[in-house]
Design a protein around this ligand. Structure first.
Ligand SMILES: [Zn+2]
Length: 538
């Protein structure tokens, strides 16, 4: 097919073969004077859309006949070009917010969607450059739906990005790589109603409500009398409940989970669960209602609405949203009884969610493998899965999910499709790996600065690295620099200092990665295949 025949395409044309795309990219490159990303090319609305670049200057290209009414929303200059004896109009537009909005409308696959109960993986990207690398890994595996935009309020504060920038960066990555399957956008770790609004305005589809600040960890070990007082003092009005009614629902009852384990609530267990999670449940209800009110006519995705097999057409881009509830960032583990209690209470109060992140037993430290007893993890995880099936089904979400290689097979074996894996910092570490080979002096500066900052920056993270075990830059040859990223202590030190490092080196770091983006994409592809393959292999 030649260019003019593509311009006859009103509906989105199917993905072309790699050979066809490469040939067309050459032709469009000649016309535009830019280098065109072959996978980005899409024909629709009687126009050809593509992403092109000259060095690090990226442009949205749109080629059409002159009087195309579908393209009036794209901002920027246009010029005439001659193609096969015909005069066409070429727009080379900046990759800014106005054009990303127009792009999502013109090519709906570039907008995030709800993913429902499909097995999914969150690919947090602190630099806004990683999506093509993530997409290349996910593309090779079947049955995993990606969340390409995923940043917490805390991460945005540390990286100086806004929800809109995060989503826009992911969108350009999706377009560049030609990812046409559904993908999601996660507003991660929302703690207050005020946190919600900017993500709603930007068009996020997946909202992670984190009531962790309202979890009473003292209840874990408190004496009977203290628990009674704590339960008395719960916000019963928000919970639409009374202590008597609560006792009636749980005390002395046996809850069959279907696959072996049964849950029985003694008075002590019930008091403990209510004291520990009562306020968190109330907060989640308020957050969920706030979110629903902000969404206007975008309905929440109900648990059973979207299943793996039939989901493609269930809801289109821009429609609906989904909720995750996460209590992973709390000190004490969520027991199966507590998980059951939280989920049944949220159900009673009408909250709808697609995934839930308990605080699992063991240690989920940043950037390194699971620390704990695998057999014990498995025994507990089986119960969490049974609860998620019985009270949902909903997905079990694994936060701080980067690099937890030893538990992936356990999770995949028991949870099947009902799993959401959340990663974030690991893509930043892969950026540093790329920098170690592209620009060793910059890596040395970053490593030295991370040494300085670690003591302070580790405060809000679960880490246990010993700084003395992380080599100083002058102890390493260039070829040994990337090796720091294979050390437990090195990974953690580089992981939690990202905020300080980006503040000082962010511009240079991004510049280098943008110049040599293929190096970064290749590192990400390898790394994410390692993360995701255990969830696909049967
Ligand atoms: Zn988390």
């Amino acid at each position: 097919m030649n260019i003019l025949s593509f311009l006859k395409q009103r509906e989105l044309a199917p993905v072309m073969t790699e050979t066809e795309a490469a040939a067309l990219a050459m032709e469009l490159g000649d016309i535009s004077g830019f280098e065109v990303y072959p996978r980005s090319i899409a024909a629709a609305h009687n126009a050809l859309f593509f992403l092109a670049h000259r060095g690090t200057d990226k442009r949205l290209g749109v080629l059409s006949r002159g009087d195309n009414p579908a393209l009036t929303d794209f901002a920027g200059e246009a010029r005439d070009v001659r193609v096969n004896e015909e005069t066409l109009v070429l727009r080379l537009r900046p990759t800014d917010h106005v054009n990303v909005v127009a792009l999502r409308a013109a090519l709906p696959y570039t907008a995030p969607q709800v993913l429902g109960l499909r097995k999914s993986a969150g690919c947090g990207d602190r630099l806004g450059l990683a999506t093509p690398g993530h997409a290349r890994a996910v593309r090779q595996l079947s049955g995993i739906a990606p969340i390409f935009a995923q940043q917490s309020v805390r991460e945005n504060a540390r990286t100086g990005r806004t929800p809109q920038q995060v989503l826009d960066d992911a969108t350009w990555g999706v377009f560049q790589e030609g990812w046409r399957e559904p993908w999601g956008a996660d507003a991660d770790h929302l703690k207050t109603p005020a946190d919600v609004d900017a993500f709603v305005a930007a068009g996020y589809t997946f909202y992670t409500v984190d009531p962790g600040d309202h979890v009473d960890n003292e209840a874990h070990t408190a004496a009977h009398g203290v628990l009674v007082d704590k339960v008395q003092a719960l916000p019963w009005d928000v919970l639409e409940d009374t202590p008597q009614a609560l006792n009636k629902r749980y005390l002395g009852r046996t809850f069959d989970l279907g696959e072996g384990p049964e849950l029985v609530f003694s008075e002590e267990i019930l008091l403990g669960a209510a004291a520990k999670y009562g306020r968190a449940i109330a907060h989640t209800v308020q957050m969920s209602r706030h979110l629903v009110s902000r969404m206007g006519d975008r309905p929440p995705s109900t648990l059973r609405q979207v299943y793996p097999e039939q989901s493609r057409r269930a809801q289109g881009p821009g429609q609906g949203f989904e909720l995750e509830v996460s209590v992973d960032e709390t000190e004490t583990p969520t027991s199966p009884h507590e998980h059951f209690f939280v989920a049944s209470e949220l159900k009673r109060l009408g909250v709808q969610w697609v995934s839930l992140a308990p605080r699992y037993i063991g240690r989920f430290e940043k950037g390194v493998d699971y620390i704990g007893d695998l057999a014990q993890f498995e025994a507990e995880f089986v119960k969490h899965v049974a609860i998620a099936r019985r009270l949902g089904p909903y997905k079990l979400s694994l936060h701080s999910g980067s690099d937890k290689f030893s538990i992936y097979p356990i999770i995949a074996r028991h949870a099947g499709h009902l799993v959401h894996l959340k990663t974030a910092g690991t893509s930043y570490l892969e950026a540093l790996r790329a920098i170690a080979s592209i620009d060793p002096p910059l890596f040395r500066e970053i490593l030295a600065f991370a040494h300085e900052r670690y003591g302070e920056d580790k405060a809000t993270y679960h880490v246990s690295a010993d700084l003395a075990k992380v080599p100083a830059p002058d102890q390493l040859a260039d070829s040994e620099l990337a090796g720091v990223l294979d050390l437990f202590d090195g990974r953690q030190v580089l992981h939690v200092t990202f905020g300080s490092v980006l503040e000082r080196f962010g511009q240079r770091l991004k510049e280098m990665l943008a110049q040599r983006e293929e190096v970064y994409y290749a590192a990400l592809e390898t790394h994410f295949l390692k993360h995701l393959t255990p969830f696909v292999a049967k």
